[in-house]
Design a protein. Structure first.
Length: 334
Protein backbone atom coordinates (compact mmCIF):
# COMPACT_ATOMS: atom_id res chain seq x y z
CA UNK A 1 0.00 0.00 0.00
CA UNK A 2 1.20 3.51 -0.71
CA UNK A 3 2.95 4.99 2.28
CA UNK A 4 1.19 8.30 1.72
CA UNK A 5 -2.25 6.66 1.89
CA UNK A 6 -1.34 4.89 5.15
CA UNK A 7 -0.36 8.17 6.80
CA UNK A 8 -3.55 9.82 5.57
CA UNK A 9 -5.66 7.00 7.11
CA UNK A 10 -3.83 7.28 10.45
CA UNK A 11 -4.40 11.02 10.56
CA UNK A 12 -8.08 10.50 9.81
CA UNK A 13 -8.40 7.86 12.57
CA UNK A 14 -6.69 10.14 15.04
CA UNK A 15 -9.04 12.97 14.14
CA UNK A 16 -12.04 10.69 14.58
CA UNK A 17 -10.69 9.52 17.97
CA UNK A 18 -10.15 13.11 19.17
CA UNK A 19 -13.65 14.19 18.07
CA UNK A 20 -15.27 11.12 19.66
CA UNK A 21 -13.46 11.75 22.95
CA UNK A 22 -14.60 15.34 23.07
CA UNK A 23 -18.20 14.35 22.48
CA UNK A 24 -18.00 11.72 25.22
CA UNK A 25 -16.68 14.26 27.72
CA UNK A 26 -19.48 16.64 26.89
CA UNK A 27 -22.06 13.93 27.38
CA UNK A 28 -20.56 12.93 30.72
CA UNK A 29 -20.49 16.53 31.88
CA UNK A 30 -24.24 17.12 31.14
CA UNK A 31 -25.59 13.76 32.31
CA UNK A 32 -25.86 12.16 35.75
CA UNK A 33 -25.88 8.55 36.82
CA UNK A 34 -28.46 7.25 39.35
CA UNK A 35 -25.67 6.89 41.94
CA UNK A 36 -24.56 10.49 41.34
CA UNK A 37 -28.19 11.69 41.68
CA UNK A 38 -28.63 9.91 45.02
CA UNK A 39 -25.34 11.35 46.28
CA UNK A 40 -26.46 14.83 45.27
CA UNK A 41 -29.77 14.50 47.11
CA UNK A 42 -28.00 13.37 50.25
CA UNK A 43 -25.59 16.29 50.16
CA UNK A 44 -26.01 19.71 51.78
CA UNK A 45 -26.22 21.19 48.33
CA UNK A 46 -29.71 19.74 47.95
CA UNK A 47 -30.94 21.44 51.14
CA UNK A 48 -29.54 24.70 49.94
CA UNK A 49 -31.46 24.24 46.69
CA UNK A 50 -34.82 23.89 48.57
CA UNK A 51 -33.94 26.84 50.73
CA UNK A 52 -33.30 28.89 47.66
CA UNK A 53 -36.69 27.90 46.20
CA UNK A 54 -38.40 28.79 49.45
CA UNK A 55 -36.65 32.14 49.58
CA UNK A 56 -37.68 32.77 46.01
CA UNK A 57 -41.32 31.96 46.82
CA UNK A 58 -41.14 34.23 49.87
CA UNK A 59 -39.71 36.99 47.74
CA UNK A 60 -42.53 36.54 45.25
CA UNK A 61 -45.16 36.50 48.04
CA UNK A 62 -43.56 39.51 49.73
CA UNK A 63 -43.52 41.32 46.43
CA UNK A 64 -47.18 40.51 45.81
CA UNK A 65 -48.10 41.62 49.34
CA UNK A 66 -46.16 44.84 48.91
CA UNK A 67 -47.93 45.51 45.62
CA UNK A 68 -51.34 44.81 47.21
CA UNK A 69 -50.62 47.11 50.13
CA UNK A 70 -49.35 49.80 47.80
CA UNK A 71 -52.44 49.56 45.61
CA UNK A 72 -54.93 49.38 48.50
CA UNK A 73 -53.33 51.59 51.12
CA UNK A 74 -55.22 54.82 51.72
CA UNK A 75 -52.00 56.35 53.04
CA UNK A 76 -49.97 55.72 49.87
CA UNK A 77 -49.34 58.78 47.73
CA UNK A 78 -50.83 58.97 44.28
CA UNK A 79 -48.55 57.52 41.57
CA UNK A 80 -46.54 60.06 39.66
CA UNK A 81 -44.62 59.92 36.39
CA UNK A 82 -42.13 62.46 37.66
CA UNK A 83 -39.27 61.77 40.04
CA UNK A 84 -39.59 63.50 43.42
CA UNK A 85 -37.78 66.78 43.80
CA UNK A 86 -34.64 66.12 45.80
CA UNK A 87 -34.96 69.51 47.39
CA UNK A 88 -38.46 68.91 48.82
CA UNK A 89 -38.97 67.49 52.30
CA UNK A 90 -40.83 64.28 53.14
CA UNK A 91 -43.39 66.29 55.09
CA UNK A 92 -44.23 68.35 52.02
CA UNK A 93 -44.66 65.19 49.94
CA UNK A 94 -46.90 63.67 52.59
CA UNK A 95 -49.04 66.80 52.76
CA UNK A 96 -49.35 66.85 48.98
CA UNK A 97 -50.33 63.16 48.97
CA UNK A 98 -52.93 63.73 51.68
CA UNK A 99 -54.42 66.59 49.71
CA UNK A 100 -54.96 64.22 46.80
CA UNK A 101 -56.86 61.67 48.90
CA UNK A 102 -60.65 61.69 48.81
CA UNK A 103 -62.24 61.05 52.22
CA UNK A 104 -63.77 57.58 52.52
CA UNK A 105 -67.19 57.60 54.14
CA UNK A 106 -68.97 54.51 55.40
CA UNK A 107 -72.67 54.80 54.56
CA UNK A 108 -74.92 52.43 56.56
CA UNK A 109 -77.52 50.52 54.56
CA UNK A 110 -80.93 52.16 54.43
CA UNK A 111 -83.48 50.71 56.83
CA UNK A 112 -86.43 48.82 55.38
CA UNK A 113 -88.60 49.85 58.33
CA UNK A 114 -91.32 52.39 57.58
CA UNK A 115 -90.81 54.53 60.66
CA UNK A 116 -87.03 54.56 60.37
CA UNK A 117 -87.28 55.58 56.71
CA UNK A 118 -89.79 58.36 57.44
CA UNK A 119 -87.84 59.75 60.37
CA UNK A 120 -84.52 59.34 58.58
CA UNK A 121 -81.90 61.52 60.23
CA UNK A 122 -84.27 64.45 60.75
CA UNK A 123 -84.55 63.83 64.50
CA UNK A 124 -80.93 62.97 65.17
CA UNK A 125 -80.44 66.04 67.37
CA UNK A 126 -83.09 64.72 69.72
CA UNK A 127 -82.02 61.07 69.47
CA UNK A 128 -81.13 59.18 72.64
CA UNK A 129 -78.95 56.15 71.87
CA UNK A 130 -78.65 53.45 74.51
CA UNK A 131 -76.56 51.00 72.48
CA UNK A 132 -75.90 50.73 68.77
CA UNK A 133 -79.23 50.00 67.07
CA UNK A 134 -81.21 50.83 70.23
CA UNK A 135 -82.42 54.42 70.35
CA UNK A 136 -85.49 56.64 70.64
CA UNK A 137 -86.27 60.08 69.27
CA UNK A 138 -89.15 62.49 68.57
CA UNK A 139 -91.56 61.72 65.75
CA UNK A 140 -90.85 63.58 62.51
CA UNK A 141 -93.48 65.42 60.47
CA UNK A 142 -93.35 62.64 57.87
CA UNK A 143 -94.03 59.96 60.47
CA UNK A 144 -96.77 62.07 62.03
CA UNK A 145 -98.56 62.27 58.70
CA UNK A 146 -98.18 58.52 58.23
CA UNK A 147 -99.75 57.50 61.58
CA UNK A 148 -102.47 60.18 61.64
CA UNK A 149 -105.74 58.60 60.67
CA UNK A 150 -104.45 55.11 61.45
CA UNK A 151 -102.95 54.55 64.90
CA UNK A 152 -103.40 58.22 65.80
CA UNK A 153 -106.83 59.86 65.37
CA UNK A 154 -107.36 62.61 62.85
CA UNK A 155 -109.24 65.77 63.92
CA UNK A 156 -110.67 67.17 60.71
CA UNK A 157 -113.89 68.97 61.70
CA UNK A 158 -115.13 70.98 64.70
CA UNK A 159 -117.35 68.03 65.56
CA UNK A 160 -114.22 65.99 66.12
CA UNK A 161 -113.04 68.36 68.85
CA UNK A 162 -114.62 66.21 71.55
CA UNK A 163 -112.53 63.34 70.29
CA UNK A 164 -109.25 65.24 70.65
CA UNK A 165 -106.67 62.61 71.61
CA UNK A 166 -105.74 62.38 75.29
CA UNK A 167 -102.10 62.15 74.29
CA UNK A 168 -100.29 64.42 71.86
CA UNK A 169 -97.80 63.34 69.24
CA UNK A 170 -95.23 65.46 71.06
CA UNK A 171 -95.52 63.06 74.01
CA UNK A 172 -94.74 60.06 71.85
CA UNK A 173 -91.37 58.72 70.77
CA UNK A 174 -90.14 56.57 67.91
CA UNK A 175 -88.14 53.58 69.21
CA UNK A 176 -85.71 51.54 67.12
CA UNK A 177 -84.46 48.16 68.36
CA UNK A 178 -82.75 44.99 67.19
CA UNK A 179 -84.08 41.52 67.94
CA UNK A 180 -83.73 37.88 66.94
CA UNK A 181 -86.55 36.55 64.77
CA UNK A 182 -87.96 33.02 64.88
CA UNK A 183 -85.25 31.85 62.45
CA UNK A 184 -82.62 32.99 64.93
CA UNK A 185 -81.47 35.82 62.66
CA UNK A 186 -80.90 39.42 63.82
CA UNK A 187 -83.61 41.79 62.62
CA UNK A 188 -84.67 45.41 63.01
CA UNK A 189 -87.77 46.37 64.94
CA UNK A 190 -89.64 49.59 65.68
CA UNK A 191 -92.27 50.88 68.07
CA UNK A 192 -94.02 54.10 68.98
CA UNK A 193 -94.43 54.64 72.71
CA UNK A 194 -94.93 57.28 75.35
CA UNK A 195 -91.79 59.21 76.19
CA UNK A 196 -92.20 58.02 79.77
CA UNK A 197 -91.32 54.40 78.91
CA UNK A 198 -88.95 54.95 75.96
CA UNK A 199 -85.78 54.47 78.02
CA UNK A 200 -87.30 51.36 79.64
CA UNK A 201 -87.99 49.83 76.24
CA UNK A 202 -84.51 50.29 74.78
CA UNK A 203 -82.97 48.84 77.94
CA UNK A 204 -85.35 45.85 78.05
CA UNK A 205 -85.07 45.02 74.36
CA UNK A 206 -81.31 45.35 74.48
CA UNK A 207 -81.17 42.73 77.24
CA UNK A 208 -83.53 40.50 75.27
CA UNK A 209 -81.29 40.87 72.22
CA UNK A 210 -78.14 40.06 74.18
CA UNK A 211 -79.84 36.86 75.37
CA UNK A 212 -81.11 36.05 71.85
CA UNK A 213 -84.72 36.15 73.02
CA UNK A 214 -86.88 35.63 69.94
CA UNK A 215 -89.60 37.96 68.70
CA UNK A 216 -91.20 37.05 65.41
CA UNK A 217 -91.66 40.64 64.27
CA UNK A 218 -91.74 44.13 65.78
CA UNK A 219 -93.56 46.55 63.45
CA UNK A 220 -95.73 49.62 63.83
CA UNK A 221 -99.42 48.79 64.23
CA UNK A 222 -99.98 51.07 61.22
CA UNK A 223 -98.59 48.30 59.02
CA UNK A 224 -101.86 46.51 59.88
CA UNK A 225 -104.06 49.60 59.34
CA UNK A 226 -104.32 49.96 63.11
CA UNK A 227 -106.13 46.61 63.36
CA UNK A 228 -105.07 45.07 66.66
CA UNK A 229 -106.52 41.66 65.80
CA UNK A 230 -104.62 41.48 62.52
CA UNK A 231 -101.42 42.45 64.31
CA UNK A 232 -101.93 39.74 66.95
CA UNK A 233 -102.74 37.11 64.32
CA UNK A 234 -99.42 37.95 62.67
CA UNK A 235 -97.68 37.61 66.06
CA UNK A 236 -96.49 41.20 65.86
CA UNK A 237 -95.08 42.84 68.96
CA UNK A 238 -96.51 46.38 69.15
CA UNK A 239 -97.04 49.29 71.51
CA UNK A 240 -98.91 52.51 70.66
CA UNK A 241 -102.40 52.33 69.17
CA UNK A 242 -105.04 54.91 70.04
CA UNK A 243 -107.96 52.59 70.75
CA UNK A 244 -110.36 51.54 73.46
CA UNK A 245 -110.21 48.33 75.46
CA UNK A 246 -111.98 45.59 73.50
CA UNK A 247 -115.64 45.37 74.51
CA UNK A 248 -115.63 48.72 76.38
CA UNK A 249 -115.55 52.47 75.87
CA UNK A 250 -112.47 53.01 78.03
CA UNK A 251 -109.19 53.97 76.46
CA UNK A 252 -106.56 51.26 76.53
CA UNK A 253 -103.11 51.92 77.96
CA UNK A 254 -101.97 51.39 74.37
CA UNK A 255 -103.75 54.66 73.51
CA UNK A 256 -101.29 56.48 75.75
CA UNK A 257 -98.29 54.51 74.48
CA UNK A 258 -97.83 52.99 77.94
CA UNK A 259 -98.50 49.34 77.09
CA UNK A 260 -96.85 46.73 74.89
CA UNK A 261 -97.96 43.32 73.60
CA UNK A 262 -95.18 40.74 73.14
CA UNK A 263 -95.47 37.70 70.82
CA UNK A 264 -99.29 37.95 71.13
CA UNK A 265 -100.17 34.83 69.16
CA UNK A 266 -98.42 32.59 71.69
CA UNK A 267 -99.59 34.72 74.63
CA UNK A 268 -103.26 35.46 73.94
CA UNK A 269 -105.76 37.71 75.67
CA UNK A 270 -108.40 35.61 77.44
CA UNK A 271 -111.72 36.79 78.84
CA UNK A 272 -114.45 34.76 80.54
CA UNK A 273 -118.21 35.10 80.12
CA UNK A 274 -120.72 34.89 82.98
CA UNK A 275 -121.63 31.43 81.75
CA UNK A 276 -118.01 30.35 82.05
CA UNK A 277 -117.26 30.45 78.36
CA UNK A 278 -113.76 31.45 77.38
CA UNK A 279 -112.95 33.91 74.61
CA UNK A 280 -109.42 33.87 73.19
CA UNK A 281 -107.91 36.71 71.17
CA UNK A 282 -106.47 36.20 68.67
CA UNK A 283 -108.63 33.19 67.93
CA UNK A 284 -105.71 31.37 66.29
CA UNK A 285 -103.95 31.49 69.66
CA UNK A 286 -106.55 29.26 71.32
CA UNK A 287 -104.16 26.30 71.43
CA UNK A 288 -101.86 28.42 73.61
CA UNK A 289 -104.56 29.35 76.15
CA UNK A 290 -103.68 26.40 78.41
CA UNK A 291 -100.72 27.79 80.33
CA UNK A 292 -100.02 24.49 82.09
CA UNK A 293 -98.55 23.21 78.82
CA UNK A 294 -94.95 23.96 77.91
CA UNK A 295 -94.34 25.43 74.44
CA UNK A 296 -91.91 27.89 72.84
CA UNK A 297 -92.38 31.66 73.26
CA UNK A 298 -94.63 31.30 76.30
CA UNK A 299 -94.46 34.20 78.75
CA UNK A 300 -94.76 33.20 82.39
CA UNK A 301 -93.13 34.24 85.64
CA UNK A 302 -89.97 32.29 84.78
CA UNK A 303 -89.62 33.98 81.41
CA UNK A 304 -86.84 36.53 80.86
CA UNK A 305 -89.21 38.97 79.17
CA UNK A 306 -91.50 38.90 82.23
CA UNK A 307 -88.61 39.43 84.64
CA UNK A 308 -87.20 42.40 82.74
CA UNK A 309 -90.51 44.24 82.42
CA UNK A 310 -91.30 43.70 86.09
CA UNK A 311 -87.84 45.00 87.07
CA UNK A 312 -88.64 48.18 85.14
CA UNK A 313 -91.89 48.76 87.03
CA UNK A 314 -94.39 47.30 84.55
CA UNK A 315 -97.34 45.16 85.52
CA UNK A 316 -98.29 42.00 83.63
CA UNK A 317 -101.71 41.18 82.24
CA UNK A 318 -101.11 37.52 82.97
CA UNK A 319 -101.57 38.21 86.70
CA UNK A 320 -105.00 39.82 86.35
CA UNK A 321 -107.90 38.11 88.13
CA UNK A 322 -110.92 38.56 85.88
CA UNK A 323 -109.11 38.19 82.58
CA UNK A 324 -105.69 37.08 81.42
CA UNK A 325 -103.62 39.09 78.97
CA UNK A 326 -100.41 37.09 78.75
CA UNK A 327 -98.94 39.27 75.99
CA UNK A 328 -99.53 42.57 77.81
CA UNK A 329 -97.20 44.73 79.93
CA UNK A 330 -98.12 48.26 81.03
CA UNK A 331 -96.72 51.05 83.15
CA UNK A 332 -98.60 53.88 84.89
CA UNK A 333 -97.30 57.42 84.98
CA UNK A 334 -97.12 58.90 88.51
Amino acid sequence: MDKYKIIKMLVLLMAITIIAGGLLKMLQRNSMSLADYEKLNDSSGSAEGHSQDADTDDDINDSAADNYEAENSTDAPAPSDQAPDSGSSGQDSSSEAESLQDPVETVPPASLLTGASLNGSSQIDGRITYEEGFYYEPISDNLRRYVTGISYPSVQTPADAEATPKVSLDELRYVHILHYDFDGSPAEGELICNEYIAQDLVEIFYQLYCNEYRLERVLLIDEYDGDDTASMEDNNTSCFNYRVVAGSSSLSKHAYGLAIDVNPLYNPYITYGKDGTMNVSPSSGESYADRTVNFPYKIDEEDLCYKLFIQHGFTWGGSWNHSKDYQHFQKTKP
